[in-house]
Design a protein around this ligand. Structure first.
Ligand SMILES: Nc1nc2c(c(=O)[nH]1)N[C@@H](CN(C=O)c1ccc(C(=O)N[C@@H](CCC(=O)O)C(=O)O)cc1)CN2
Ligand SMILES: NCC(=O)N[C@@H]1O[C@H](COP(=O)([O-])[O-])[C@@H](O)[C@H]1O
Length: 296
């Protein structure tokens, strides 16, 4: 039996040739007086478990459901963490933006999209924002021809009390002033497995065409922190999808985009719940919601 420790206390795993089981994962509640023990006891059928343990499990579950009700346990992290404000940057259709917006509305993301920034005032993302009553900032140009300076952009975003900036198909270089104003707080999603097929000139279908032409067998989205150069920031999350022998760029793009929508929601949710930690060598890690002592 291996002993583990987590922010919620100690738990143990019971290793057997067939499976790894987890037992006794104590979960802290907001009230310091009530620390309930939830047991996750799952054993292969060939391992007998005592009736007493089952009674413990039943009683703990019963007490748990009486005191806090179903699902509150999963939200205990959210209860302790302030709801965050997000700025999203788009240049095109905005499917990632729409997916993230839905996740803020249905509670998956503990945050709100406070403002949208775009360089294309008539793009699909800007239209969606206007439909939802989300303010739209035009950067780097405004309709009347005057140019919003980088400093103006920083002040405008700060006026919305923004905590994090999320780039979702934004095709212009984020200025150094904004990067310095929001350290370790700007994410971007790129449709390839960085560092491959990234950098200036690699956006949209150009990326997928290059992947297919290279003969790569896998591709997928990368979510990274933004620094002064295109696609060179610290990688936070990736997913892989197969590149099929007869794939068109459009077919590959659709496969990658499907994974983007799922991955971005998970990553932004972790960001808003303050579950991102930085390893000593500067690599960011995501703490798992189910067990904060495990990382992705
Ligand atoms: N400072 C940063 N700004 C941006 C980053 C970044 O990592 N650091 N990521 C990009 C998003 N992106 C890839 O994920 C990307 C977008 C656009 C380009 C590009 O070559 N753009 C062209 C202009 C395209 C146009 O105007 O239609 C260019 O600069 O010549 C590369 C990568 C967002 N910003
Ligand atoms: N290098 C940046 C880049 O190519 N970003 C890509 O633009 C698309 C935007 O789609 P969306 O507007 O439907 O979210 C997404 O596939 C995103 O990865």
């Amino acid at each position: 039996m291996d002993a583990h420790s987590s922010v919620f206390g100690n738990y143990s795993t019971i290793n057997s040739p067939k499976t790894q089981c987890y037992a006794l994962k104590p979960v802290a509640f907001s009230s310091s007086k009530q620390v309930l023990l939830r047991t996750h006891l799952s054993f292969p059928s060939n391992i007998a478990i005592t009736e007493k343990r089952l009674r413990i499990r039943a009683s703990v579950e019963e007490v748990h459901s009486e005191i806090v009700g179903p699902n509150v346990l999963e939200d205990s992290v959210k209860v302790k963490v302030r709801r965050k404000n997000l700025a999203v940057f788009v240049s095109g259709g905005g499917s990632n933006f729409k997916s993230l917006h839905e996740a803020t509305v249905n509670g998956f993301i503990h945050g709100d999209i406070s403002v949208l920034v775009t360089n294309k005032p008539d793009c699909g993302g800007a239209e969606f924002a206007r439909d939802k009553g989300i303010p739209v900032i035009l950067f780097p140009k405004v309709k009347d021809g005057s140019v919003l300076s980088s400093k103006d952009l920083v002040n405008a975003i700060r006026s919305y009390k923004v905590d994090f900036i999320v780039l979702a198909g934004y095709l212009k270089l984020i200025p150094t002033e904004l990067i310095r104003a929001f350290p370790r707080s700007i994410l971007n999603i790129h449709p390839s497995l960085l560092p491959a097929f990234g950098g200036k000139g690699y956006y949209g279908m150009k990326v997928h065409k290059a992947v297919i032409a290279s003969g790569a067998r896998y591709s997928g989205p990368t979510i990274h922190f933004v620094d002064e150069e295109y696609d060179r920031g610290r990688i936070l999350a990736q997913r892989i999808v197969p590149v099929l022998p007869n794939d068109t760029a459009e077919e590959l793009a659709a496969r990658v985009l499907h994974e983007e929508h799922k991955l971005y929601k998970e990553v932004v949710a972790a960001l808003c719940e303050e579950r991102i930690i930085w390893r000593e060598d500067g690599v960011p890690l995501i703490q798992c919601k189910e067990n904060l002592s495990l990382y992705k």
